[in-house]
Design a protein. Sequence first.
Lengths: 289, 294
Amino acid sequence: MLNKKNKTYYVCVFFFCLFVLFLYGPTFTIVLLSFQGPDGGLTFPLNGVSTYWFEELWRGGSVVDIGSAFKRSIILGVIVMVLTVLLSVSAGLAFRKKFWGSDTLFFATVASLIVPSIVLSLGVALQFRLLDDFTKWLGSTFDINYINEFFQTTLGMFTSGLGAQLTWTLPFGLLIMFAVFNRFDKSYEEAARDLGATPWKTFKEVVFPLIAPSIIGIALFGFTLSYDELARSSQVMGAGNTLPLELKGLTTTVTTPVIYALGTVTTFVSFSVIGISIACYIWLKRKRG
Amino acid sequence: MMKFLKLKPTVGLLSIPYSLIFIFFFFFPLTLTFIISFWDYNEYSIIPDFIFENYAYIFKDCLNFEKDICVTFKTYLSTFIFCFITWFFTLIIGFFVAYFLAFYVNSITWQIVLFLLCTIPFWTSNVIRMISWIPLLGRNGLVNDFLLSTGLADAPQEWLLYSGFSIVLAFVHLYTLFMIVPIFNSMMRIDKSIIEAAYDNGANGLQILWNVIIPLCKPGIVIGSIFVITVVMGDFITIGIMGGQQIPSIGKIIYVEMSYLQLPAAAANAVILLALTLLIIWIMTKMIDIRKEL
């Protein structure tokens, strides 16, 4: 039938290989080009092999303060990851039964995935601008010294930036939870309950171990999507930029392979996180047997 | 609310933190955008008001048919063209990749491994994936080297990079996954015995594909299309970087207006963009029930 190894099969295999080459080929070329010698340019041929551009990146000579942008992105990514796991798992549990507003919340979740990111970024920026105005008004009306002297803005990485990124990562988390619970065998839980376990104990001892591998998946989405997020973050990060925002700026100003070196580093971070997640997933699956 | 509390107090309440994020960072911001699109502004502040000038400005000259097509319509037209071409290629490529994974890869393990292979780039940086085309498509890039050395072209081809071509290429590169996942999901739900039955009744491969598989994949195709079309509609980063900052898009207009602090004008553009996007989605979801597909 379809899975017979006929001519179509080989055409499909060839097509798939081409697609994979298309996906990874370009990234591979910039990794290659980032290891050029000091005379290297933005294109082939390779001018020698060295780690010069990584040292250059480390020194921060030609580019803005990449080190701190990198640190900020990692910290924000971890926070987004933790919140995405906590909030989407708990919401996922709630969604197993219909509750007041569940349809609206589901609608908002899907809408958040497809609303243009620039629109959301603008909205959050507007909201925090009004919040700033309101805070300043409070300060001047009630003569609150602290506000009048020190307050600058509520806009920032861990306020508006965090929230804007969560509207992007949480839907993925919740949809994964839906997929998990749609295939979930409820009889284990019922058994636990029949044996007298409390809801919390049922969750901790039965449900959680069963969904743990999927939670790794949610964490992976939470971190990587935040770490690379650009469109929603573009208007709401306040003073400190994240790595993708710096990178976007660099695309127009930097003309040396240092940008490829940076690309290699961030891609390496992403691949490490993906690798660790996949390893954890397999480990958890094995442990469960 | 009270009725609900009596029914199942603990479980439903678990959705509250999640809901709060969506109220504060989704519902409020979009509502405010709508309200502020009717506000007035000057160089340094936005002024509460109820005026239609922000909208009027967007469609200025648009109803004057003696002149050329207005900037707004032109920008939307260009965005729609990008949407359509990207949609077409992501659909074709995404469908056949999903088809291969679902019907030609027999072991579950290999299915997972190959599926992950397609997904991993989605978890890496989009900007890096865009600039990684530069060494290939640039003036001195690999493609031009190849064309020149084989004599297929006698001058470097300039249209390869910073052009409509490179924008579409980057979109297809970045977003084909949005097609693969839902279509693959639909395909995995197809009962293999239906295909057996068609085969036993004498249908050939192509007939099975056209009369059995494609109709059953319709929900996946619609969901994938929604994702691809909406992401291209609101884009300003890919069009910016891959178009060499020369090609307009609605997202870019909003972005520029924001940088000049013309916030109500940006809000009005955002409202129109959002309304159009929702209209497209509404038409497409008329065809399926998303929730059943998860």
